[in-house]
Design a protein around this ligand. Structure first.
Ligand SMILES: C[S@@+](CC[C@H](N)C(=O)[O-])C[C@H]1O[C@@H](n2cnc3c(N)ncnc32)[C@H](O)[C@@H]1O
Length: 260
């Protein structure tokens, strides 16, 4: 956070849930992940934020292991409102599980927070290691051809009343585009425009070929690729690159033990 006047990290985490409610019945992207999660015996949600996806999975009767991982303490504070799910503070690259999850997810473009090559490689290696042989990693990244960052400017403001009854005005502003890394600010202001808080974020916009190069190098094969939540292919008009990648056996690795 760059400037904080009266809007704490916990307020920002609560506001996130208000602005981005997890609702598989309403948002096809949430429905896409919900289906995968409910069908998997164990799930690692990387960059879980406030934990809404796993909360709902448990609420809907998921009885297996659910674990949310995120470096943001305030977001995890909200996630921890449910104690029947494991919550771990840390980055994707810091994950140290060994072949225990059927499914890993990175939802709501969390994957784009992996900005440098080194962090991408370390994160993919750790996610792959956490998956059982044949386990799947599902995530989406915004397609660079749609240039989403061009819409992140103060002419698009969003007015909302937060949970405590405060009238707020929110907007984004792109600061720089350097190669495939976009840096922008998110501002939370009072209704009269007084700035309460500004957060700066950098996101990476990988193209398909570069993404697939990282996935192959890390030991994943691509099981499914979509350009939209309706399941259509990636086209010249796609705004998303949606991937289900499968953990592939690397040279020298022993095959997984057959269950009897
Ligand atoms: C846009 S939010 C998405 C949160 C949640 N997945 C959702 O669907 O609402 C991106 C999340 O990625 C997390 N994040 C940032 N860098 C990360 C990293 N290196 N490893 C894992 N998560 C990270 C942030 O803390 C944030 O909670």
């Amino acid at each position: 956070m760059d400037d904080a006047v009266a809007f704490l990290d916990a307020d920002a985490a609560a506001l996130y849930d208000l602005v981005n409610p997890w609702d598989p019945a309403r948002w096809p992207g949430d429905g896409f992940y919900d289906e995968l999660v409910m069908a998997a015996g164990s799930v690692l949600d990387v960059g879980c934020g406030t934990g809404a996806m796993l909360h709902l999975a448990r609420e809907h009767g998921h009885s297996g292991r659910l674990l949310g991982l995120d470096p943001d303490r305030a977001a995890l504070g909200r996630a921890r409102r449910r104690a029947d799910i494991e919550w771990v503070e840390g980055t994707a690259a810091s994950a140290r599980w060994d072949a225990v999850f059927d499914l890993a997810t990175m939802t709501s473009h969390a994957f784009q927070c992996l900005v440098t090559d080194a962090e991408l490689r370390a994160s993919l290696a750790a996610v792959r290691a956490a998956l059982r042989g044949g386990g799947r990693f599902a995530f989406e990244t915004r397609h660079p051809q749609a240039r989403a960052w061009e819409h992140w400017n103060p002419s698009h403001v969003f007015d909302i009343v937060d949970a405590t009854g405060r009238n707020l005005r929110l907007w984004h502003e792109t600061e720089s585009v350097v190669g495939d890394v976009v840096t922008f600010t998110g501002t939370t202001a009072a209704a009269d425009g007084t700035v309460l808080r500004t957060d700066r974020t950098s996101l990476r916009f990988l193209d398909e070929a570069t993404l697939d190069g990282f996935l192959a190098e890390a030991g994943f094969t691509i099981e499914a690729r979509y350009g939209a939540w309706d399941g259509g292919p990636v086209t010249a008009a796609s705004r998303e690159i949606i991937t289900i990648a499968r953990r592939r056996r690397l040279g020298g690795e022993r095959p997984p033990r057959r269950r009897t």
